[in-house]
Every structure is written in structure tokens, then in C-alpha cells.
Design a protein around this ligand. Structure first.
Ligand code: NCD
Length: 307
């Protein structure tokens, strides 16, 4: 049974195919309105979420399917001590596909090993978040028309930011990408990603603490929230949370066609004054996420022989 745990579970060709389907859904939504009729998606969210869960649910409804969900650990048998393995074995009896978010790294993998239906990782701790990457890729595709030869800045919490880990892993497979990693010392990209993804593929990257000095080079600026829930002590969080605040002043030196991205939710990292800048793409990402999740649900259910 095919599950999507990590973005590298999808080949570059499959990513392009999903983008093609998403673009067709955007152009011809009626063609897809009954594609998943009488099929069910389970959203199992053991961590807070607004966009990802609602996006999966909206995606399934727009495909003509239905949704059943667990929206917190506290309201499910996880609170009684049930294992992820047992939960997904149970859920496999009720639905056709699962989207799961969990605070523990590797939980989605365990779920996929135990489910008899496809599992989609909707975020596992500070590890990865492949469907946010699908949203990000469609946004880059629609804004830039390519994935090659881009200088991409990642700014903020690169240590715990799972969306960063997944997008870097995805972009590492294209040519001519330059990575600019902007973070405080304590929130640098984990060394396993530098080693396994960047160095192994001989990719160009620079690390800096200074956003303004690199701003003029960037084609894409991916801002992130400091991941409060992954900190061991509040003091460190309070010290680091406002390390970077993007505002119109700082954007003065940016390229006129910069694409400003953020997986959301935003706290203080982007001032609301930036929202009216035509280069702000973060709410476009939200919409693109729904189309890519539709494309992914379709693909996995087709491969499973469910539709
Ligand atoms: C992200 C996540 O959950 O990792 N949110 C999302 O899914 N769009 C980013 C974040 O929470 O900061």
C-alpha cells in the first residue's frame, strides 16, 4: 500500500504529474466533483492545525467524498493510551485514506506500516511535512514557472521547521538551486539535512544570520514561525521568537519579482503591512495546498484501486 511519509516518496516526475492534475482541477473543477464519491478520508490530527486539516477536508469534499475526523489527541483514545498502530488499524476499518498529524517524529511511518489503506503524513513533529511542500511547489510553479536556477532563502526556525526540511529535500532534486539559510545560531538547519540532502548532492548553500544582506539575491524568501511547541524552555523561545520580522522597509532591497512565502500560521515574522505587496504569496499557498491535496488523494486512491 502506497503512503506518503516524506516528500522523496514522490519522484520528480510524479511531482510534475501532481502539478498537472492540480492545474487541471483549477481549470475544470466540475470534472473532479464526483471523483471520490462515497469514499472517505479520515483526518487524524493529534496536534493543532487550521489550514492543513481543513485543506484536506475541503479537498475531499470537492472530490465528492466524505470526511471523518479526530481533531485532537485529548478527544480520542490516544488520551487513554492507545498506540498509533492500533488507532490506524481501527481507522482502516472505517475509511479509504488517512491524513495524520502527530507530535512525534516517525509517527506517520508507524501509521503507514500498520494501516491497510494509504497514509499521508500531515506533519510529524519537527521532521517533515510533505503536503505543505506540495502547496509550496505549486506556488513556486505558478509564480516562477520553473524549479531550476532559483536562489531560495529560508528564514527563521530552520531547526524545528518541518516545512523547511521537506521543501529543501524537494528542491534539492532540481538543478541550479542556491540555498540561503538565514537563522539565529540556535535554530540552524539540522546537520543531518545538510549532510544527507545538501552536501551529498553537492548543492550550493550559505548560512547567515543577516536577512538584509542577502535580500537582493533572493528569488524566493520562505519565512517561518519560531516553533514554540518544540522548545524545551520558554526563556529560549522568548529570546528567539522575534529574531526576524519582515516589513516593507526590509523589502526595499529585494527583487521586484521576489516571491514571499510562509507556510502559516504567522505570528510576528511578517508584518501585516507586507500583505498588500504583490510579492506576498502566502495566502496563495493556502489555496494551492487544497488543489495539490486533491491531486494527491486522487493519485493514492487510484493506485490503491479504490477509485
Ligand atoms: C506549518 C506546520 O504545521 O508545520 N503549518 C502548516 O501546516 N501550514 C508551519 C507552522 O506551524 O509553523
Amino acid at each position: 500500500m502506497r503512503s506518503i511519509i516524506d516528500i522523496s516518496d514522490l519522484s520528480v516526475e510524479e511531482l510534475q504529474e501532481l502539478i498537472g492534475v492540480a492545474e487541471d482541477i483549477i481549470a475544470n473543477p466540475e470534472k473532479y466533483q464526483d471523483a471520490c464519491k462515497r469514499k472517505k478520508l479520515a483526518t487524524l490530527f493529534f496536534e493543532p492545525s487550521t489550514r492543513t486539516r481543513m485543506s484536506f477536508e475541503a479537498a475531499m469534499y470537492e472530490l465528492g467524498g466524505n470526511v471523518i475526523s479526530v481533531s485532537s489527541a485529548a478527544s480520542s483514545s490516544a488520551a487513554k493510551g492507545e498506540s498509533v498502530a492500533d488507532t490506524v488499524k481501527t481507522v482502516s476499518c472505517y475509511t479509504d485514506i488517512i491524513a495524520m498529524r502527530h507530535p512525534k517524529e516517525g509517527a506517520a511511518y508507524v501509521a503507514a506500516q500498520n494501516a491497510s489503506i494509504p497514509v499521508i503524513n500531515a506533519g510529524d513533529g519537527g521532521h517533515c511535512h510533505p503536503t505543505q511542500t506540495l502547496a509550496d511547489l505549486l506556488t513556486i510553479w505558478r509564480e516562477k514557472g520553473r524549479f531550476d536556477n532559483l536562489t531560495v532563502g529560508f528564514c527563521g526556525d530552520l531547526k524545528f521547521g518541518r516545512t523547511v526540511h521537506s521543501l529543501i529535500t524537494a528542491l534539492a532534486r532540481y538543478t541550479g538551486i542556491k540555498f540561503v539559510l538565514i537563522s539565529p545560531q540556535e535554530l540552524k538547519l539540522p546537520s543531518y539535512i545538510k549532510k544527507d540532502v545538501l552536501k551529498r548532492n553537492g548543492l550550493q548553500y550559505v548560512q547567515t544570520m543577516d536577512l538584509e544582506s542577502v535580500m537582493p539575491e533572493l528569488d524566493i524568501l520562505y519565512m517561518t514561525r519560531v516553533q514554540k511547541e518544540r522548545f524545551f524552555n520558554e526563556e529560549d523561545y522568548l529570546r528567539l521568537k522575534d529574531s526576524y520580522i519582515l516589513n516593507p522597509e526590509k523589502l526595499k532591497k529585494a527583487k521586484p519579482d521576489l516571491c514571499i512565502m510562509h507556510p502559516l500560521p504567522r505570528v510576528n515574522e511578517i508584518s501585516v503591512a507586507v500583505d498588500d505587496d504583490p510579492r506576498a504569496c502566502y495566502f496563495k499557498q493556502v489555496l494551492n495546498g487544497k488543489y495539490m491535496r486533491m491531486a494527491l488523494i486522487l493519485k493514492l486512491l487510484k493506485e490503491a484501486g479504490t477509485i
